[in-house]
Design a protein around this ligand. Sequence first.
Ligand SMILES: *[C@@H]1O[C@H](CO)[C@@H](O)[C@H](O)[C@H]1NC(C)=O
Ligand SMILES: *[C@@H]1O[C@H](CO)[C@@H](O)[C@H](O)[C@H]1NC(C)=O
Ligand SMILES: *[C@@H]1O[C@H](CO)[C@@H](O)[C@H](O)[C@H]1NC(C)=O
Length: 394
Amino acid sequence: MALKLNIIGAYFLSLLLALASARKPLVFDVTTYGAQLNMDITQALSNAWKDACASPIRGKVLIPRGTYKLSRATLEGPCKVPIKVQLQGTLRAPTDPSGFNEGDGWVTFRNVDGLTLAGGGTFDGQGSAVWGKNCEQQQYCGKLPINFRFDFVTNSLIRDIISLNSKQFHINVLGGQNVTFSRVKIIAPEDSPNTDGIHIGRSSGISITDTVIQTGDDCVSLGDGCKEISIRRVTCGPGHGISVGSLGKYSNEDPVEGVIVRNCTIRNTSNGVRVKTWPDSHDGLASNLHFEDIVMENVGNPVLIDQEYCPWNQCNAKVPSRIKISDVSFKNIRGTSTTALAVNLVCSSGFPCQNVEIADIDLQYSGNDGPIMSQCKNVKPTISGKQNPNPCAT
Ligand SMILES: *[C@@H]1O[C@H](CO)[C@@H](O)[C@H](O)[C@H]1NC(C)=O
Ligand SMILES: *[C@@H]1O[C@H](CO)[C@@H](O)[C@H](O)[C@H]1NC(C)=O
Ligand SMILES: *[C@@H]1O[C@H](CO)[C@@H](O)[C@H](O)[C@H]1NC(C)=O
């Protein structure tokens, strides 16, 4: 009888424990795995992640306040249940990028469902020593590591973190689904090469909100296979602005379908919102692209479709792009342009853009290249509301 009661007691006790822990996640603090201030925590983080990931009870990996070194982290799932990484302190990458191959991440999350990355901490890529070095071509330094790779990460939230001075792109999302970036800060100097903020490819349901991105390259760029992408209340600049593309350089690119950029401020950038595709390209599609309620301050090429995108003369610009662009709108875009040609829609002569709408454009230009202008090539947009510059003037 006593034995039976004990068994029942133990059963209830474990049920209670399970209930309690369901509410409060287990904490896997890297300092209990040997992490020490100013030391390399690569092994400690890896071990804490492995335990948290294998735990059947929700856990969080904690990196407390203070500065630590991290050579590299590859944090792989699948995990048993959703998992959190909370960085309160600062992680510093090695200044020497040797050992990283083309496309590698400094911190990589792979095959994780239900990741939360938060905590207010800083991932410092320490790029300044190597920017512009290790380059195979012109300015492109592919072997430099990307601060973050999110490969096949789903149903996840990245919130309140800082990505600082990445050696190359800051954040690369591949094969993601339902991932939100919120209150993220991405910072690198204006003259740092290829330090794109967030690049997304082959992913769906990705949102970026309430985020500040100041870099030397694109603020957000969307590669092939992006679907249902939402960019809201993002402040960009300096940098190269928000872009869809470049598309059409490679065969078998997936369509880009469903992009909304809304309530954003773009400041001191070389471009505002643009869609770029290579001439002499492979087939492809980009449709349902909407840019609304955007403030431009000191922005070059604020509104741009460029189907003759051909940097460093790497292509035959005379052969039209084969990317079909359709259902695009630019609405309520106001502010200041640093180029006289403020609205520039250059579509493909082989595949003119279909169903383009421009409404309520109010841009000012005060430079010396004449009055503010717009151009429409191979596109006949629907026009409404205020129009400054006059639409399709040339
Ligand atoms: C999307 O991910 C969030 C976590 O950020 C999750 O709470 C939500 O349930 C997911 N939505 C769907 C439809 O799975
Ligand atoms: C979005 O922008 C519109 C137009 O500028 C403005 O009326 C609205 O309040 C903004 N919404 C948010 C949530 O910032
Ligand atoms: C933007 O550019 C202007 C003029 O070049 C400069 O005065 C200003 O400081 C810049 N603002 C920022 C936030 O970089």
